[in-house]
Every structure is written in structure tokens, then in C-alpha cells.
Write a protein that binds this ligand. Structure first.
Ligand SMILES: C[S@@+](CC[C@H](N)C(=O)[O-])C[C@H]1O[C@@H](n2cnc3c(N)ncnc32)[C@H](O)[C@@H]1O
Length: 347
């Protein structure tokens, strides 16, 4: 009898793109507007895009008038910049800074195509800690916005290593061409230093357990070079917890550990401090600044700086409390949930 050749069944791969790179429609928002609005209406952020947070609250406060000069310290996808440019109505200028060479080049091109060229917008690959240098060249600013942290494009791109949810190199640098990656940072770190970093940058309750696991594994010769390598170490470090609690605890510890590493490799507290120190000197009289923060460490720095400069007479007025996004915005864009806004007006 003739032997029947076994044919392997083709694996059903589903109808929806599953990986970042397969989401080709979402990577071309101009061409596939329908797909983009469907993704947004489901409360998700399309791949390669960033949904700007608290746009109305920011514009209401900044009160931009044609002819003014402004600065967006964190250009990102350019969503806020675009709205601020619209308020200028073709008169005036905005400087947009970002340290990310990959995304800021794309944003510059995108905004140029939408009619916002060099006559109204100057994009600079620059850290906002150097705002004084921009002011030396441009003069003082009537309005400044800083929307801290990372953009959705950076979080969602596995090659950048910002998320523990997808496999990628453990990098976490906003500018991958500068400094050292998170993998290099933890390669020879001591348990004490890593514990301190996890507590200081993210209030990690299992800091010691995670730091011990990271150091022990590497001493045994095991490498921690990818996002998933680190996730597995955290899972192992928390395996002493009751089974029912483990999944949620690992998820939260992963989020906090990645946040702590990101803050460290990008020196986020140091550069924010320098930016806040220089702010009153680069604002024109009556100039307005709004800052969006995403965790308590950042908010504490902003609050302290605004309060001190108010007392010293540098600011005429500062926000009394934090302003939060509306519930409606948080439903539409869950990434807005942790946002806090503070503002100040130069005397
Ligand atoms: C939350 S996103 C900004 C999104 C933007 N507001 C929008 O509407 O598309 C933050 C951006 O700030 C950039 N960034 C973070 N720290 C920075 C720094 N110290 N100097 C300049 N840019 C920075 C990041 O690379 C990222 O692109």
C-alpha cells in the first residue's frame, strides 16, 4: 500500500497583525486614517503614534497669541507642538527639542509635510537641560511645555527595549547613540547600588530580592541582555510570594524596575533638575510654563522648584495643586491615567 504523505497543517495565524512590525497600516497614519481612528476608539494607541495628553488644559493655560515665541521641550510625535503652532496662526515661532534622533527626525518631516516648516518651527536634537543655549540663540520664550518621559512610539518599538512585555534588547536609552544601555548598566552593578536605584527611582518594595537575583545570576555567568531575560529574573525573585499574588506582583515589579532603569540610564532626575533651575531665566516676563509628569519623583521635583521660585519672586503665580486629566480622557487614552500637570507664570 502506498504510504500517505503526512502534510503539516498550516498554522492559523489569525486575521489581525500581532507584532509591532506587522502593524504596517498603523505605521502610516496619513494613508490609513480609518484604521487609525478604529484603534483609537478602542482606547489603544496605534503603533508608531502618540496620543497627546491634556491638550485642552495646556492650551487654555498657555493662552498662546500669534507673534509669540514658544518652546516644546519634549517634541515626541509633535502632537502638542502642532496644536501650539495652530494657535500661532502662522505668526511667531516654536522651538521643538528632543533627544531621540530616530523619532524627532520623523516628526520634523511629518510636521513639514503638514505645512509647519522652518519658518515657524525649529526642531533641535537636544536635551532640555540645555534650554539656556536655545534661549541664547532665540531669545526668551513666551510659553514653554514639557511633557516628560517616553512617547508611545518609544514604548511600543521592541528594538528600544522600553517594555518588558515584548522581547527586545534591554536598552531603554532615549538616545541609543549616547551613553550606555540598561543591560550594560546592570552588568557589573553591586546588589546595594541596584537596591538603592530601585527604591529611589521607583519605590520598589522587592528591591533587595530583585537586586540579589540580578547580581547572583550574572555571577553564575548567566546573561541579562534582553527585556524578557530581566522579566524572568524578576519572576524568579518573586517566586516566594503566594501563588495567587505572583502574577500581579511580577507585573508591577517589572513596570517599576524598567522605570527605575530608564530614569537611571537617561539621568532623568538630573536633567529635569537642571531644566527647572534654568526655567525662570529663559522665560519672558509674564511667560507661561506647563509641565506634565508621570510619577511621584518627577512631580516632587517640579512642585519644589515652582514653590521655591515663587517665594524668591521669580514666578508671579504657580498652580496651587496638580491638575489631572478628565475621566473621559483616561478612558479614551489609558496612558493618560498617571498624568499630573503643574504650571507657573514668570514675574
Ligand atoms: C511623552 S513624549 C512627548 C509627546 C509629545 N508631547 C506629543 O504630543 O507627541 C516625551 C518625549 O520627550 C523626549 N525627552 C525625554 N527626556 C528628554 C530630555 N531630557 N530632553 C529632550 N527630550 C526629552 C522623549 O524622547 C520623548 O520623545
Amino acid at each position: 500500500m502506498e504510504e500517505k504523505q503526512h502534510k503539516r497543517r498550516v498554522r492559523y495565524s489569525g486575521t489581525h497583525p500581532r507584532t509591532y512590525k506587522e502593524k504596517y497600516k498603523e505605521h502610516q497614519p496619513e494613508k490609513y486614517a480609518d484604521t487609525i481612528s478604529k484603534v483609537i476608539s478602542k482606547g489603544s494607541t496605534p503603533a508608531g503614534m502618540h496620543i497627546s495628553i491634556m491638550v485642552k488644559e495646556i492650551l487654555d493655560f498657555l493662552d498662546i497669541k500669534p507673534g509669540q515665541q514658544g518652546l516644546d521641550a519634549t517634541l515626541g510625535y509633535g502632537g502638542h507642538t502642532k496644536e501650539m503652532l495652530k494657535s500661532l496662526n502662522g505668526e511667531g515661532h516654536i522651538y521643538g527639542l528632543d533627544v531621540d534622533p530616530i523619532e524627532s527626525a520623523k516628526t520634523k518631516e511629518r510636521l513639514e509635510k503638514q505645512g509647519f516648516g522652518e519658518d515657524v518651527l525649529t526642531v533641535k536634537l537636544m536635551n532640555f537641560k540645555d534650554i539656556d543655549k536655545v534661549a541664547e540663540e532665540a531669545g526668551k520664550f513666551d510659553f514653554i511645555l514639557a511633557d516628560l518621559g517616553v512617547s508611545s512610539m518609544q514604548i511600543d518599538n521592541p528594538d528600544r527595549g522600553f517594555s518588558y512585555k515584548v522581547e527586545g534588547p534591554l536598552d531603554l536609552r532615549l538616545n541609543p547613540q549616547k551613553g550606555i544601555s540598561a543591560a550594560e548598566r546592570i552588568r557589573n552593578i553591586s546588589a546595594e547600588e541596584l537596591t538603592g536605584m530601585l527604591i529611589e527611582n521607583a519605590d520598589e518594595p522587592y528591591a533587595e530580592e530583585i537586586a540579589d537575583a540580578v547580581v547572583t545570576r550574572q555571577k553564575r555567568g548567566e546573561k541579562i541582555v534582553t527585556t524578557k531575560d530581566l522579566q524572568r529574573v524578576i519572576e524568579e525573585a518573586l517566586s516566594f510570594l503566594p501563588k495567587g499574588e505572583q502574577k500581579e506582583a511580577v507585573k508591577k515589579s517589572c513596570q517599576r524596575t524598567f522605570q527605575a532603569l530608564r530614569i537611571d540610564v537617561n539621568q532623568e532626575y538630573e536633567v529635569l533638575y537642571e531644566f527647572l533651575e534654568k526655567l525662570p531665566r529663559v522665560l519672558a516676563s509674564g511667560g507661561r510654563v506647563a509641565i506634565l509628569t508621570f510619577h511621584s519623583g518627577e512631580d516632587r521635583l517640579v512642585k519644589k522648584s515652582f514653590k521655591r521660585f515663587l517665594k524668591e519672586g521669580e514666578y508671579a503665580e504657580v498652580s496651587k495643586d496638580v491638575i489631572r486629566p478628565s475621566q473621559e480622557e483616561c478612558v479614551k487614552n489609558p496612558r493618560a491615567r498617571s498624568t499630573k500637570m503643574r504650571w507657573a507664570i514668570k514675574a
